[in-house]
Design a protein around this ligand. Structure first.
Ligand code: ZN
Ligand code: ZN
Length: 364
């Protein structure tokens, strides 16, 4: 079945555009022509990611530099409103979660399934590729995943951070019954708790300094919470595991002290999964301990082939995901949304921008 682009499809799209550090302005831009395998998506919800906030404030992450003007946002969902003439996977009207990274699908990494490592990937909102804070987006059909009606657009944006959590668990070879330590409970840490639980972890120990994040982790299935400002993470993990240590530690903080604590409390032969970017390029790690215990270090960069599972987990109803979304803004308020995410680290988790108004469609 071949779909035709809708006759009255929009020719322009309003976007929230970063014009310089901390400066977002609205702009109407011409919409390109979808290619034969491209889909035109009416954007319904876009989450603000920690990486978006970092680029918004500093204009760069490592050697990746923003060139202004630049559109941010990559955790997104919407409705299919048009499609190229060779599109077969989605239909007009489908509600979809949008995977942001378009890899080349030809290089050795893509061919081996590690398309997250594709050197020529174009990832929404990762410079120089523009992102999703826009009313309409043209995106390849193979990166669109239909979502069930019971999953709201805003909840579907969580498929992106949850994908990182799933990839972290898969990199560690998480087996049913595992004991997992998750350090740092931002959205990726909290979705790592969801992923670990969904993939069969028996015991999940979490640590953070924010009590409300610890409470959320508990609601999502954490079996032990450690308030890192008041308790020793090391002691608490050993206590919870009868001195043996965790099978897997997933760190989303990137903090050297936290990583070294994780090395201390991962069991012999266990895995340390590093997800969070550190503040400096070089980080001192206790390699001697790692050698003595033969700990594997797995790093995580984005994800590959995780969206179907992420959507299945989010739509299962088994996890209380609603509290992860704390703030909601119109597209015109994207600058305020970014400021909220930047400055309210102790109160906000996921800040969502609605390119077509709040709570449209099946959102509650
Ligand atoms: Zn993200
Ligand atoms: Zn490739």
């Amino acid at each position: 079945m071949h779909l035709k682009a809708v006759a009255d499809r929009p020719v322009t799209t309003r976007s929230a555009v970063l014009q310089g550090p901390l400066r977002v302005e609205m702009e109407e831009r011409k919409l390109g022509e979808p290619g034969p395998l491209d889909v035109l998506v009416k954007m319904m919800a876009v989450g603000v990611c920690g990486s978006d906030v970092h680029y918004y404030e500093h204009g760069r992450i490592g050697n990746k530099q923003v060139e202004y003007p630049f559109i941010q946002g990559h955790e997104c969902s919407g409705v299919v409103v048009g499609a190229g003439n060779q599109v077969t996977r989605v239909n007009i009207g489908d509600r979809v979660a949008i995977e942001p990274g378009a890899a080349c699908l030809r290089c050795e990494y893509c061919k081996s399934g590690q398309y997250n490592l594709c050197p020529s990937v174009q990832f929404l909102s990762s410079p120089p590729t523009n992102g999703a804070f826009t009313q309409y987006l043209i995106h390849p059909e193979h990166l669109l995943f239909p979502i069930p009606d019971r999953l709201s657009f805003e909840a579907a944006t969580l498929a992106e951070p949850l994908s990182v959590g799933i990839h972290a668990c898969q990199r560690a070879g998480l087996a049913t019954g595992a004991t997992v330590l998750v350090t740092g409970l931002g959205p990726v840490g909290l979705t790592a708790v969801i992923a670990a639980k969904a993939l069969g972890a028996k015991q999940i120990i979490v640590s953070d300094v924010e009590p409300f994040r610890l409470k959320l982790a508990e609601r999502l299935g954490a079996s032990a919470v450690v308030h890192a400002a008041e308790q020793s993470v090391g002691e608490q993990v050993l206590k919870a595991t009868q001195g043996k240590g965790a099978d897997i530690a997933i760190d989303t903080s990137g903090h050297p002290d936290v990583l070294n604590t994780a090395i201390e409390v991962v069991k012999r032969g266990g895995k340390l999964v590093s997800v969070g970017f550190p503040g400096t390029e070089t980080v001192p790690l206790n390699l001697t301990q790692m050698l003595l215990k033969e700990i594997d270090l797995c790093t995580v960069y984005r994800y590959a082939n995780t969206y179907p599972l992420a959507i299945q987990i989010l739509a299962s109803g088994e996890f209380d995901i609603a509290p992860l979304i704390t703030d909601r803004y119109f597209l015109e308020e994207t600058g305020t949304a970014m400021e909220r995410a930047r400055t309210n680290k102790s109160g906000s988790l996921k800040v969502i921008v609605y390119p077509h108004g709040h709570r449209e469609g099946t959102d509650q």
